[in-house]
Design a protein around this ligand. Structure first.
Ligand code: SF4
Length: 99
């Protein structure tokens, strides 16, 4: 019987960011928002939150149907963001900053 040679995988560290995420979050609390609507006590940047709100309100995400499963999951994940006041406020703030 021929044995298969094990090929060592590159360590996951080569793709990991070279910053201490916990330290970064402690030093930049004003950039983060705690989402009360997503499961798991989600913390994300205000920019990401605003982007989720804007994305959730795009016409192509209005209908949730029998798409491929990963698209269905993505759309379902955006449902709480659609009418979220936090996301709407942050999106409006970002819009005024850009203008
Ligand atoms: S838009 Fe609302 S529901 Fe969506 S991530 Fe932001 S706070 Fe959470």
């Amino acid at each position: 019987m021929m044995k298969r040679r094990r090929v060592a995988r590159k360590s996951a560290g080569s793709f990991a960011p070279r910053i201490d995420v916990e330290e970064w979050m402690q030093n930049n609390p004003e950039l983060m928002v705690h989402c009360p609507n997503q499961p798991g006590g989600l913390k994300l940047t205000k920019g990401a939150c605003a982007k989720r709100h804007v994305t959730a309100n795009e016409p192509r995400y209005a209908n949730i149907g029998a798409e491929p499963f990963h698209v269905f999951v993505f759309k379902m994940n955006l449902v709480p963001c659609k009418n979220c006041e936090i996301g709407a406020r942050l999106a409006a703030e970002q819009k005024t900053q850009v203008a």
